[in-house]
Ligand binder design. Structure first.
Ligand SMILES: C[S@@+](CC[C@H](N)C(=O)[O-])C[C@H]1O[C@@H](n2cnc3c(N)ncnc32)[C@H](O)[C@@H]1O
Length: 179
């Protein structure tokens, strides 16, 4: 079968993956969801502290290339196929500003925030009341607008960690239901 060019790229675990994984070590609970799981690296990391870990990716071929212990892999956009509510949702989304989406592993759309916002907006339906969504964004994106838009849909946000790279700063954001 011929793959659409959008689905040809595979995201190898990178500095951003490891940065997010490092910050998951202190998170505990029963159930966790990794959206845009790619290689499954973050989902595997979550299995240390969570009993039930689900991962989604828009690209089915990521799952076919997995060589992992992940049992619950669902090919869908965002978390749109899921009804279950989790203790923790994590996501390392494509966050680079782009005209359109040519590479689904890195292109975040206009301002680098379009895809992330869609993912968070979907994932908020899969959070227990006390749950967090932890996701990455970048200084190269319009993250002020992203955080504003996320607040607008009823989630409060706080930047919990940052990592300076040569050309950008990564930000790890925790979003929780604003009661
Ligand atoms: C930056 S990569 C991160 C991969 C992996 N989580 C990591 O940290 O190494 C982004 C991943 O999100 C997936 N993706 C992009 N848009 C998505 C969407 N709307 N819903 C679900 N997955 C998506 C891509 O296929 C890719 O595997």
């Amino acid at each position: 079968m011929k793959l659409h060019k959008k689905f040809k790229n595979f995201y190898e675990p990178s500095t951003d993956t490891f940065f997010l994984a490092d910050n998951l070590k202190q998170e505990h609970g029963y159930s966790a969801l990794d959206i845009g799981t790619g290689s499954g690296y973050l989902a595997q990391a979550l299995l240390r502290n969570f009993k039930f870990v689900v991962s989604t990716d828009i690209n089915l071929y990521n799952f076919k290339s997995h060589n992992s212990k992940l049992s619950y892999c669902i090919c869908c956009e965002n978390a749109d196929a899921l009804l279950y509510k989790f203790d923790l949702v994590v996501c390392n989304p494509p966050y680079l500003p782009s005209d359109g989406i040519n590479d689904i592993t890195i292109d975040g759309g206009k301002d680098g925030i379009e895809v992330t916002f869609k993912i968070i907006n979907s994932a908020k339906n899969n959070m227990k009341k006390s749950a967090s969504i932890m996701f990455l964004t970048s200084s190269l994106s319009n993250y002020d607008k992203l955080l504003h838009d996320i607040n607008f849909i009823g989630l409060k946000t706080v930047i919990v960690a940052t990592k300076k790279l040569f050309f950008e700063e990564l930000m790890l954001v925790r979003a929780q239901i604003n009661e």
